[in-house]
Design a protein around this ligand. Structure first.
Ligand code: ATP
Ligand code: MG
Length: 230
């Protein structure tokens, strides 16, 4: 009875503007086969985040359509859409509550074992268990403070637990130290396996692990290559 998306995304002549008179995406067509990892790059204001917001249905196209497995996103049940498409933002928000609560946001019915397994999968388990109260550490309490890299790992664990067919990631621009950077990169590879992903990429190492790199300018794709050719 539960609908399972395969993760095939298709933008069909999508036009979009924020209603300010300026067209951000004039005529956007793109096919993303199920399971493909896209790195989206381009100058500021090109429309990368706008594209991500359309996939997450913060906004709908002015004209044209965006389809998941052939179904217009507007026709999907909101619950199915939320399960199928998950967006991880730059800020990697943590909400008040424990580390476990924050991971469980990905799947409210999750057991402690599932939460722990998700954290282990993305390599977050070791730092979490070293916190004063482990998984029960309140993220807002003294001693529960987590670094930018650790916050990112928690949000990856959350997304891993949610297990969406499509993952949208607006990569953090904040620079991390080398060990954190490597951890994030490894976590990312685990997170990307067996799902479709669009990553607004700021790191060269992320572009390198993508199947396909799209360069955007003024709401259009000006380059569409595999990472080796760039
Ligand atoms: P960056 O690399 O700086 O994040 P981006 O490629 O993500 O840039 P977008 O955020 O998609 O670019 O912005 C594309 C255009 O849409 C810009 O001209 C921006 O000013 C405009 N824009 C973005 N959000 C809004 C909004 N909420 N209302 C009106 N215009 C917006
Ligand atoms: Mg952006």
């Amino acid at each position: 009875d539960l609908w399972h998306s395969r993760g095939h995304l298709h933008f069909d002549r999508v036009e979009f503007g924020y209603g300010t008179g300026k067209t951000i995406l004039p005529d956007f067509t793109l096919d993303i086969p199920a399971g493909q990892t896209i790195a989206l790059v381009g100058t500021t204001g090109a429309g990368k985040s706008t594209l991500a917001k359309l996939v997450s249905r913060f906004y709908d196209p002015t004209s044209g359509s965006l389809r998941l497995d052939g179904v217009d996103l507007r026709q999907l049940h909101p619950k199915d859409l939320r399960r199928a498409i998950v967006m991880v933002t730059q800020e990697a928000y943590l909400f008040s509550g424990t580390v476990a609560d924050n991971i469980a946001l990905g799947k409210p019915s999750a057991t402690m074992e599932e939460i722990r397994a998700a954290a282990e999968a993305v390599g977050a388990d070791s730092f979490i268990t070293s916190l004063p109260d482990g998984y029960d550490t309140d993220v807002n309490k003294r001693g529960g403070r987590v670094s930018a890299g650790q916050r990112q790992l928690i949000s990856f664990a959350r997304a891993f637990l949610a297990d969406p067919a499509v993952l949208i990631l607006d990569e953090a621009t904040a620079s991390l130290d080398m060990p954190s950077e490597r951890m994030i990169q490894e976590a990312l590879q685990t997170l990307l396996a067996d799902r479709t992903a669009i990553i607004i990429a700021h790191r060269l190492s992320t572009v390198a692990i993508a199947d396909r790199v799209l360069v955007m300018e003024h709401g259009r794709i000006i380059e569409d290559d595999d990472p080796d050719t760039l």
